[in-house]
Design a protein around this ligand. Sequence first.
Ligand code: G5P
Ligand code: MG
Length: 243
Amino acid sequence: MMFSKPVQFSLLANKACGLNLRLSLSESVRGKKTCALIIGAPGSGKGTISNWIVRDFGLTHVSSGDLLRAHMRDGTTLGKEAKAFIDKGDLVPDSVMVGLIASELKKLGDQPWLLDGFPRTQPQAEALQAETPVNVVVNLDVPFETIIDRIKDRWIHPGSGRVYNLIFNPPKVQGKDDETGEDLIQRDDDKPESVRNRLEVFKANTAPVLDYYRAQGILADFKGTESKKIWPHVETYLKSIVQ
Ligand code: G5P
Ligand code: MG
């Protein structure tokens, strides 16, 4: 895994004044490799907005959920172990996740990246910090009622991780991926009982992770109920700090 120098932030300045926070963030990212996170509850639109970030900012998308689903499809030992947790909507153990993401980031070398779905617990955040400190965190704050409503209509292309929604962004041909024409599937953990558990698990485990990055002054919150309305704010924010 790549080691890079930790970024220093002035917490006092960040707390006192939004402008200082922005300057501090700019300094943290400009001229350095972008190591970004997108955090949000299950179904908050991380995958959707990641696709737009990747398209416009040239970051490599690393989705912990997509990696785990690829392992499950390939029937690897890791995939078999992870399936029991994922199907119930529980978290896969930290030791497994840290190893999986570390080896994925190592493969990327100097390429800038956007991590989606990791870290989800305080130990995961600390493990990442010890290896490759992140310098941008986008937090999607979407109400749980909105999420429960949209997940039932989600379909994915398993090969690429492309995400569709029958109401919001339906495929051009029903049941088929726009780019490959291959079949779309529904995720096993999108059953209502798993979704409710995933939201509870998120509340319990990921709130401390948000506090961890907020205290470093590198987290920006984006509140809303529609990804297309949230996106211009994310875009403006990222342009102001990484380009
Ligand atoms: P994942 O795969 O990381 P989740 O649960 O964090 O799964 P998920 O479900 O992938 O997150 P998302 O990426 O935040 O959701 O959202 P999305 O897919 O873009 O959008 C959800 C749906 O809403 C889609 O159908 C989309 O088209 C639609 N949509 C988006 N925007 C709008 C909108 O504005 N309006 C409408 N109407 N629809 C919209 O993790 C899966 C499991 O893997 C394990 C855990 O078991 C986890 O539950 N895991 C880990 N375990 C431990 N540690 C980690 N770090 C782990 N990472 C994964
Ligand atoms: Mg996702």
